[in-house]
Design a protein around this ligand. Structure first.
Ligand code: PMV
Length: 324
C-alpha cells in the first residue's frame, strides 16, 4: 500500500479568483494554466496498519500544525473514497524554491492526491483525480496535466462537474516563463482570505467574473494559433483585472510591491524594443514573465538588471502527473 508520484506546479494565464463554495472549493470562474517543468513535488504515501495517526514529513522534517492538518484532512477524503480506515506516512520533497513565489500547494496536493489514491488501491482517471485534488487546493487540480489545462468551474452544487481538462500537451509549444523573485516578506493576505474578501466586498468582482468568458475564448484561440502576442496580452490583461478587484475590496489590499510595478514597466519596455514579453502575477509580489526561447538571453539580462530583483528562474512547459 505504497506509491510515489511527482507533480509540477502551474501558472494561471486566466486566473482562478473567487469561490462559490468554500468547503468544496468550487470557483466562480473557469481558469487556464501552463504547467511548468522547473518546479515540482515528489511524494510517497504508505498506508500502514501499525500507525495510530498520519505522519507527514516535508523535506525530511516532521510537520505539525496547520500544514499537517491540511494533509490529514485530505487523506480523510482519500480514505472516504476508498472506504478504508487506515493511517499513512507521507514523505514529500519540494523542488519549488520557496522564495520563487510559486505556491508549492499546487504541486504538493496534486502529488499527494496521485500517490495517496494509488497507495490505497483506488484507480482514478484524470478527471476523478483532478476533482479530488481540487479539494486540497483549487489551483492544484490543473497540475494533473502537462502543458495547458483548463479548470472547468462546473455548475453542480456537489462539485462533481468541477475539474480540470487538458487543452494542449507539454510538447505542443515551447513557451517559457521567467520567475522574477523579489526581496519580499511573508505574504500578508493568503489567497484564501484575499479571495473571500474580494467576493464579499469588492464592487469590481462582478466585472471580473463577467469578463472571463471572452478572455478564455481569446486565449484558447491564441493557443490553437500559437499566437504568442495574443496569448500574452490576454494573460497580462486578465492578471491586471484580477488584481484590480483587490483594490476595490473592503478593507482594500494589494499583493504588489513597488518593485512589482518596476518589473511590470520593464516588461512593457521590452515590448517597446520589439522583444515580445508579457507578465502575470499571482497572490504575491513576484512577477512571472512569458517569453519565447529565441529571446531568453535578452529577457534574462533585462530582468536581472532591475534593482530589487533577487533572482530570475527560467522554466519550460512541464509534464503532468508521473508515478515513480
Ligand atoms: O489554489 P489557491 O488557493 O492557491 O489559489 C490560487 C490563486 C491564484 O494563484 C492567484 C490564481 C490561480 O489560478 O492560480
Amino acid at each position: 500500500m505504497k506509491a510515489t508520484a511527482r507533480a509540477h506546479t502551474n501558472i494561471a494565464l486566466i486566473k482562478y479568483w473567487g469561490k462559490r463554495d468554500e468547503e468544496l472549493i468550487l470557483p466562480t470562474n473557469n481558469s487556464l494554466s501552463l504547467t511548468l517543468d522547473g518546479f515540482y513535488t515528489t511524494t510517497t504515501v504508505e498506508f500502514r496498519n501499525d500507525l495510530t495517526n498520519d505522519i507527514f514529513y516535508l523535506d525530511n522534517q516532521c510537520i505539525s500544525g496547520i500544514p499537517y492538518q491540511r494533509v490529514t484532512q485530505f487523506l480523510d477524503l482519500i480514505r472516504q473514497l476508498a472506504g478504508k480506515h487506515i493511517f499513512a506516512e507521507v514523505r514529500s520533497t519540494n523542488h519549488v524554491p520557496t522564495a520563487a513565489g510559486f505556491a508549492s500547494s499546487a504541486s504538493g496536493f496534486a502529488a499527494l492526491a496521485a500517490a495517496g489514491s494509488k497507495a490505497i488501491g483506488l484507480s482514478l482517471n484524470d478527471k476523478a483525480l483532478s476533482r479530488l485534488t481540487r479539494r486540497g487546493s483549487g489551483s492544484a487540480c490543473r497540475s494533473i496535466y502537462g502543458g495547458f489545462a483548463e479548470w472547468q468551474k462546473g455548475e453542480k452544487k456537489d462539485g462533481s462537474d468541477s475539474f480540470a481538462v487538458p487543452i494542449k500537451p507539454q510538447d505542443y509549444w515551447d513557451i517559457r516563463v521567467a520567475a522574477v523573485v523579489l526581496h519580499a516578506d511573508e505574504k500578508k493576505v493568503s489567497s484564501r482570505v484575499g479571495m473571500k474578501r474580494t467576493v464579499d466586498t469588492s464592487p469590481f468582482f462582478k466585472g471580473w467574473v463577467d469578463s472571463i468568458p471572452q478572455d478564455l475564448e481569446q486565449i484558447k484561440a491564441g493557443i490553437s494559433e500559437r499566437d504568442f502576442e495574443k496569448v500574452g496580452s490576454v494573460a497580462e490583461a486578465n492578471c491586471l483585472k484580477m488584481h484590480a478587484t483587490t483594490l476595490g475590496a473592503n478593507p482594500p489590499f494589494t499583493y504588489w510591491y513597488d518593485t512589482t510595478f518596476t518589473v511590470m514597466q520593464h516588461v512593457q519596455k521590452l515590448r517597446d524594443k520589439k522583444i515580445p514579453a508579457y507578465f502575470t502575477i499571482d497572490a504575491g509580489p513576484n512577477v512571472k514573465v512569458l517569453y519565447l526561447p529565441e529571446n531568453e538571453a535578452d529577457i534574462k539580462r533585462e530582468l536581472e538588471s532591475i534593482p530589487g530583483v533577487r533572482d530570475v528562474i527560467l522554466s519550460k512547459a512541464g509534464q503532468g502527473i508521473t508515478y515513480l
